[in-house]
Design a binder for this molecule. Structure first.
Ligand SMILES: NC(=O)c1ccc[n+]([C@@H]2O[C@H](COP(=O)([O-])OP(=O)(O)OC[C@H]3O[C@@H](n4cnc5c(N)ncnc54)[C@H](O)[C@@H]3O)[C@@H](O)[C@H]2O)c1
Length: 303
């Protein structure tokens, strides 16, 4: 398949590109950034990877980028702090950008749209249904509703995913970058305080990439409807992350301090693995160890 991947210059985009190329798919990236610093030269030079610099809020650019593609994986978005700082500008990217994807999929008769929602659709106080109290979460929930409307009105099929904290090598900016920054600091023998505490769900980035790739195959086989799934990883305290890293890196000077994360996931989740098979699930200990090993390799290589 040829997949249009928006936000391919980002943290999760790098994992998805690697996985799609490993499956013999072709990838066309649409991103405001011109390259992904997390990609290795092998992926960057692969002829099946095509790059378009442009914004998802630019309707004609999206329409053009979708030409010749079979499906869309839509990741591009502004994250929680940017949405809070300028909700109107952020809506142009997160809301209009998502509508542009569905509209282009409809006009070009694509098999469907895979898109990134977020556990931010839930609330900071425990509820059993989505009730966002951030602009970011509200925009993600709007995307889910529009996905259902595109199925009802035009039979554009879709699958959305709601991860909580996605962690992995290279996730070094954003509210929940603590696990990667802690692994890096431990390897570099620096002190680091993860700036939040309490429980959260941590899903390894390659598992999210695996979910998108398997979901794309499902749409390719003609799956119908507008589905939205949670993708649980490991529920743990931030303090557990500190303990695990300290078990792998002797003498690591790490701690956690600060507020709870502003999302509480309901106990009953709609786990994507119950609906779509072959999606990987990496235990937290193994995911953190892979990050530590990778940061150690980069350190040896002097990067
Ligand atoms: N990282 C997490 O913990 C997490 C959790 C839940 C959901 N998500 C969602 O996953 C997706 C990817 O997140 P990420 O962690 O890789 O973030 P990221 O910031 O690393 O990547 C986002 C990408 O979107 C691009 N982008 C921003 N505005 C754009 C625009 N107008 N047009 C085209 N591209 C644009 C950026 O250049 C960047 O490459 C987002 O939709 C995010 O909301 C992330």
């Amino acid at each position: 398949m040829r997949i249009l991947l928006t936000g391919g210059a980002g943290f999760i985009g790098a994992s998805i590109i690697r996985r799609l190329l490993a499956r013999d798919d072709s990838v066309r990236v649409l991103d405001v950034a011109a390259k992904n610093p997390l990609l290795e030269p092998k992926s960057e030079s692969d002829r099946r990877l095509e790059w378009r610099v442009g914004s998802v809020s630019d309707g004609p650019a999206v329409m053009d980028a979708v030409k010749g593609c079979d499906a869309i994986i839509h990741l591009a978005a502004l994250l929680t702090p940017a949405c809070a700082a300028d909700p109107i500008r952020a809506a142009g990217v997160n809301v209009i950008g998502t509508l542009n994807m569905f509209e282009a999929a409809r006009r070009h008769g694509l098999k469907g749209v895979l898109y990134m929602s977020s556990a931010a659709v839930y609330a900071s106080d425990l509820r059993d249904h989505p009730h966002p109290d951030t602009h970011y979460g509200a925009f993600k929930l709007a995307g889910e509703g529009s996905a259902r409307a595109y199925w009802t009105d035009h039979r554009v099929a879709s699958i959305g995913l709601r991860p909580y904290v996605v962690y992995g090598m290279g996730r070094e900016v954003g509210l929940t970058a603590g696990p990667a920054l802690a692994c890096r600091a431990a390897v570099e023998q620096r002190e680091y305080v993860i700036p939040f505490t309490g429980p959260a769900d941590f899903v390894y980035v390659d598992d999210v990439a695996s979910a998108f790739v398997e979901a794309a195959a499902e749409l390719g086989k003609g799956r119908s409807g507008a589905s939205v799934f949670d993708i649980p990883g490991s529920t743990a305290l931030v303090e557990d992350i500190v303990t695990i890293i300290q078990r792998h890196v002797a003498g690591a000077r790490l701690s956690a301090a600060g507020p709870l994360l502003p999302i509480q996931m309901p106990a009953k989740l709609n786990d994507i693995r119950a609906a779509i098979t072959n999606i990987t699930r990496t235990p937290l200990d193994a995911g953190l160890k892979m990050m530590i090993d990778r940061y150690a390799q980069l350190r040896v290589a002097g990067r």
